[in-house]
Design a protein around this ligand. Structure first.
Ligand code: CO
Ligand code: CO
Ligand code: CO
Length: 317
């Protein structure tokens, strides 16, 4: 997205310059529209489950801004050889997830393509004053992550048939869970900054937050919720290429204690599909948010804090 022309407008509250999760445009003093688009190739063989995951992932960028998704459009690519039942199952998965989110699918577009792809463009609404950007973390904040990491490694394990049944179940459950609960909790409490953890991995998205907020983010590696099987797979070298890409992109801005096992470091760079929300909020509100998250369908944890800007954007201990 680096080469897009950057247009500005007084009503455009969030554009592309901060690599935020979605664009936000103020319509009136009370209503802002939030827009995003995401689609990708199947991560699992089951077409219905893939549809659910793709939809949860697309909806997530709306939640990461603190908005409520309302309308969605399908974008689907498939070849004529793909059975109709497969396509219908993908669309049914997407439809059911969007319905669970309380939004409506109101159309879409299909493109002929040998490699199947599916996702959604989602539109949400919110009060313009409530927008939560990815670049407003404050010194003295703490960081809370609302889903476990390790998804990219597990997906690589699924593709290479190295994963256990339990690992598969956890991966699918994590990817298809909406960030709706976490978003509602964060909006109830009031937070400073948020992004969802996706393709750039935990450290990549934390880096964007740190850079955009002009702070240093310190992460306690032991506190990070992680699907345990991801660690054993990573230890065997089952690591997606994207993890190395992420590492090469930001490694000069990251200081990682050499006490931390390599497989955990790999998982911190691991690209996530439909990952959790990374939330930065006032330390005094942390207990309140952790209490709100108590009934969350996903493991969550306080994983770090925000410090005054140092030579490194990210410090991991
Ligand atoms: Co995002
Ligand atoms: Co996205
Ligand atoms: Co955001």
């Amino acid at each position: 997205m680096c080469h897009l022309t950057q247009d500005t407008h007084e009503n455009l509250l969030v554009g592309i310059e901060t690599s935020d999760d979605a664009a936000v445009y103020k319509i009136t003093d009370d209503i802002a529209i939030v827009q995003t688009l995401d689609f990708f190739t199947p991560v699992v063989d089951d077409p219905y489950v893939f549809g659910q995951i793709a939809a949860a992932n697309s909806l997530s960028d709306i939640y990461a801004m603190g908005a409520e998704p309302k309308l969605a459009l399908n974008i689907i690519c498939f070849s004529e050889n793909l059975p109709k039942e497969t396509i219908n199952a993908i669309l049914k998965g997407g439809h059911d997830k969007v319905k669970e989110a309380g939004a409506l699918i109101v159309g879409g577009h299909t493109v002929d393509d040998n490699e199947p792809k599916y996702g959604l463009s989602v539109t949400g609404f919110m009060h313009p004053d409530d927008v939560v950007t990815n670049c407003n973390a404050k010194v003295g904040d703490v960081l809370i992550l609302t889903k476990p990491i390790g998804i990219g490694v597990l997906n690589t394990g699924i593709k290479s048939e190295m994963i256990s049944e339990e690992g598969y179940r956890l991966a699918v459950e994590t990817m298809s869970t909406l960030n709706k609960f976490a978003k509602n909790a964060m909006m109830k409490v009031g937070v400073n900054s948020c992004t969802d953890v996706t393709g750039f991995g935990l450290l990549g998205h934390a880096y964007e937050m740190a850079k955009g907020s002009d702070v240093t983010i310190k992460i306690q590696s032991k506190s990070i919720p992680i699907i345990q099987e991801a660690l054993s797979l990573a230890k065997m070298g089952i690591i997606p290429a994207g993890a190395y890409k992420n590492m090469n992109y930001i490694k000069d801005f990251v200081r990682i204690s050499n006490q931390i096992p390599q497989e955990l470091v790999d998982c911190m760079y691991d690209p996530q599909t439909s990952g959790g929300l990374l939330i930065s909020l006032d330390k005094g509100k942390a207990e309140m948010l952790l209490t709100e998250l108590q009934d969350s369908p996903m493991p969550y944890a306080l994983i770090g804090e925000v410090l005054a800007k140092d030579i490194y954007s990210i410090v991991v201990e």
